[in-house]
Ligand binder design. Structure first.
Ligand code: BG6
Length: 464
């Protein structure tokens, strides 16, 4: 079997504005939903007036330190860096008619710096944050008006960065709206399935309109969707468990089906009927949805199981979704089950289903790193995790999967989305900051930094 990856394979890392930038209210930036989740996605959202200072306000200060960080990514040989634009830097409340020039200027400088180092930007339009102004005014994505606000934002950044950014993603882990509605679609409080699916519908239409705008404004760019690859296996081979696993997988594949095939799948109609969900969809919405993505991107950290009678099994929480643990797999310190072969399985499933190129835009191990007395960090557990996954990625490519690239999550330590911890580290680069915000923010190369550098240099040939 071919040991190296395809020519031009895009190796790199992945992060998000709200988890790295800090400078939460600098240069005219507005308040985002993430700014009101001081304890992360799993914590409670606070009101604007009661917002406590929190770790994301500074995060890892990427806003000011990006030249040093990009230099380190270039030293590892990155071909691509995924990050997001904070919508609130461009449209602070979300519904202005003119963008904030200071925010646009920041991303000009950031993208120029990447390009100067030969690193392609891969940019997410919305990564777990939206202007809180739109939540107050339109009930987040619950209001149809938010579609036009998002389209204006998307058109603004496509026009501004058309010569700099050739890879785009619309909404991060769009399927998370089902599990974390405030984070995903800006809905406050307990909401019905009806309300959540209506908001999701608006977001799917906005995503399709952004795809259309991107195709018009940057014809040589590629734009993808972004799914949380929440693979579930049946807990046993009992047919009822197999059917249950199929339906649980369809909950998240629904989003890919709409974004890659251009229409709601048949089976969701039964689900809507049985749950008394009536999505208001105009003819124009259906026409808009027909504009499909160029590639499918996804995150993959773990797999889990599903059962027809879930009460008989324990449950655990992975990255936001609940699941039944797989008795054949070990877990990370945060209880996420480690399943490298699941990544090969998922790549094949997605490729079979959509027949479009794929892009792995998140994968990695969150772990506590303990620096040695001499300051070095020996993260062999992280190397092991990544290596095992990359070997399965290579297998999937040998199976015939068309894969554009791989960006591991958090190439530099950053604030956890789920729990707002700094101690849950994913990076090749250590950042001196703890969960209380103490530390110098100094950057330090870990053992995995040199390992990944070799992987990229050898185009995967150095993996066992
Ligand atoms: C994904 C998100 O769910 O998982 C990222 O897109 C997030 O924003 C990553 O950071 C890892 O999750 P966590 O909770 O460990 O930060």
């Amino acid at each position: 079997m071919q040991k190296t990856f395809p020519d031009g394979f895009l190796w790199g890392g992945s992060m998000a504005a709200n988890q790295v930038e800090g400078a939460w209210d600098d240069a005219g930036k507005g308040v985002s939903t993430s700014d009101l989740q001081p304890q992360g996605v799993h914590g409670h959202a606070v009101e604007r007036a009661n917002r406590p200072a929190n770790i994301k306000d500074v995060a890892i200060d990427f806003y000011h330190r990006y030249p040093e960080d990009i230099q380190l990514f270039a030293e590892m040989g990155f071909k691509v860096l995924r990050t997001s634009i904070a919508w609130t830097r461009i449209y602070p409340n979300g519904d202005e008619t003119e963008p904030n020039e200071a925010g646009l200027g920041f991303y000009d400088r950031l993208f120029d710096e990447m390009i100067r180092h030969g690193i392609q930007p891969l940019i997410t339009l919305s990564h777990y944050e939206m202007p809180y102004g739109l939540v107050e005014k339109y009930d987040g994505w619950g209001g149809r008006e938010t579609i036009a606000c998002f389209e204006r934002y998307a058109r603004t950044v496509f026009s501004r960065y058309r010569d700099k950014v050739k890879y785009w993603l619309t909404f991060n882990e769009i399927n998370m709206a089902l599990h974390a509605p405030f984070t995903g679609v800006g809905l406050r409080g307990e909401r019905t399935k009806q309300a959540i699916y209506q908001a999701i519908h608006h977001q799917l239409v906005a995503s399709a309109r952004a795809v259309k705008a991107c195709h018009e404004i940057i014809p040589d760019a590629k734009i993808g969707n972004m799914l949380l690859g929440g693979v579930r296996y049946p807990i046993t081979c009992k047919p009822a468990d197999v059917l249950k696993a199929q339906s649980v997988n369809r909950e998240w594949l629904f989003f890919g089906d709409v974004q890659a095939r251009g229409a709601y799948p048949n089976w969701i109609q039964r689900y809507f009927r049985e749950n008394d969900i009536h999505v208001q969809m105009t003819e124009q919405d259906s026409a808009d949805l027909r504009e499909t993505v160029d590639f499918i991107s996804f995150s993959y950290y773990m797999s889990g199981c599903a059962a027809a009678e879930p009460e008989q099994y324990p449950t655990s929480r992975g990255n936001i979704m609940k699941m039944i643990p797989n008795p054949h797999l070990a877990s990370s310190e945060w209880g996420w089950q480690i399943d490298p072969e699941g990544l090969r399985y998922l790549l094949n499933e997605l490729h079979d289903r959509y027949q479009k190129p794929l892009f792995i835009v998140e994968n990695g191990l969150g772990a506590k790193d303990v620096p040695q007395a001499d300051g070095t960090i020996h993260d062999d557990y992280r190397i092991q995790y990544l290596k095992e996954h990359l070997i399965q990625v290579r297998e999937a490519i040998a199976d015939g999967v068309d894969l554009l690239g791989y960006t591991s999550w958090g190439p530099i330590d950053l604030v956890s989305a789920g729990t707002a911890q700094m101690s849950k580290r994913y990076g090749f680069i250590y950042v001196d900051r703890d969960d209380d915000g103490q530390g110098t923010l100094e950057r330090r190369r870990k053992q995995s930094f040199f390992w990944y550098q070799q992987v990229i240099k050898s185009n995967g040939g150095s993996l066992a």
